[in-house]
Design a protein around this ligand. Sequence first.
Ligand SMILES: [Zn+2]
Length: 294
Amino acid sequence: MQMPVNQQIRQVPGLYRKRVGDIVITAVNDGIVPLPPEVMVGMAPDGVRKTLTGRFRPAEPHVTVGAYLVEHGERRILIDTGSGSLMGPTLGKVMQNLAALGVSPDQIDSVALTHMHADHAGGMLDGSGAAIFPKADVFLAVEEDRHWYGGEPPTDAVGVSEQVNSYSGKLRAAYAGRWHLIAEEEILPGLRRMALPGHTPGHSGYMVSSGDDQLLIWGDITHVPVVQIAHPEVGMVFDVDVEQARATRKRILDMAATDGLAIGGMHLEFPGFGHVIRNGANYEYVPDLWLPEM
Ligand SMILES: [Zn+2]
């Protein structure tokens, strides 16, 4: 059927695959959410709007959300799970995109979390509080577990912690016996956790390695990369420790640019693979070329 050109169109499923040695990594889109410029810390709202429109983006920050499927031999590992039903109708698309890829929840062996926020762990529970991934082992940084479960539930000015507190108990119960606390270590062959503290105390990246190939999935090093890669000093109101997040962001941008490291990130603009290069005293993001086969 011919579609009239003036009719609203939807994108095809949000999936993009990349090879790292013997490992295949698929960026799985969860959606995109507009936020007010006031969510950015260290740049005035007018500056945020100007930076965004100067790069042909909408004036309100639009935060892309995603997860990554790591396929290694027979093993399928999901790094983060998107938002599930927790963050409104423009997000929560990870499961439908995985289905479009032909992957069902019971085929996921492991879920490695970057941190506990709802746009990362929200896809782990269904509406009744049951585990979406019936067979998956869950990996979470020991510092992240301590932050959310170690004492009084954390609070913050913008309500993000309260949201996590509303499901954290259910989450750990649903995955009881499969909940693994990790240090900076290789959690599975070819998958090493890297501590990237600041956004949350146990915020993690995952280094994917196979042969001479490497890719760092850096979690929430940036939320609005068009702003924060050019201006790494700019943080987010959701950062538990803005100063520490800023120092970690600068350290990782420097490392990525120095080493020419391939990167992925949950809030990189889809499809979420690229490199960082230096641009004067700051940095620039160079997205991957879309390749039909690898
Ligand atoms: Zn996030």
